[in-house]
Ligand binder design. Sequence first.
Ligand code: HEM
Length: 198
Amino acid sequence: MASVALLKVGVFSASLIPLGVLVQRITANDLGPDPGQVITESLGIAAFQLLLATLTITPLRKLTGWNGWMRCRRMLGLFAFFYAVLHVLAFLQLILGWGDLWSTFTKRPYIVVGAAAILLMIPLTVTSTKKMMKRVGRWWKPVHRLIYVSAVLVWVHFLWQARSDVTEMAVYGAFLLILLSLRAYWFGVVSLVPLRKT
Ligand code: HEM
């Protein structure tokens, strides 16, 4: 029980680090010539990292056999959504402005993909409480599998807006692929053991 509480405090504090670092950099005037871009990018990266961390929880539980990991999964997911919302707000406030939102969100394909990713995160966030879990019943699991689609869309969004170096995206992509392949394996979609002939 104490270890779960410790884990939750650790995850909560760690999730606030990107925001703390950003605030510290803003107050120190240390964001370079294009602060709007740096702020938007940092918040986007934090959102993606937390989304990946959320997806890491089930493999961690399966591999270690410790159910305590599951107690911080909701918190990580909510932090991912929190940073994603800040990322979009920063983009609107600091880069493109609030005029003609429809064309802002539909003109560039990578923004359309990002918008789809955050839209998919909304039902997950809304149904993340215990009360909603009960209300949604057997649909809860299928709804929450939308997180896989959202994570892939975020990765595409990330890759699409990249200007030159794609090494970082390749590393994130490889990590996401491992996380999704593990699920495919556990769901029985992929079998590492050849099926026996009858
Ligand atoms: C309506 C939704 C979204 C909009 C309008 C949007 C906008 C942007 C923009 C403009 C950039 C490029 C920033 C720049 O370099 O100038 C960007 C990059 C990025 N976004 Fe989004 N985004 C959206 C959704 C998301 C979501 C849901 C996530 C993650 C959960 C995300 C994660 C990222 C990441 C990881 C980058 C790359 C940052 C980097 O280059 O270091 N975005 N987004």
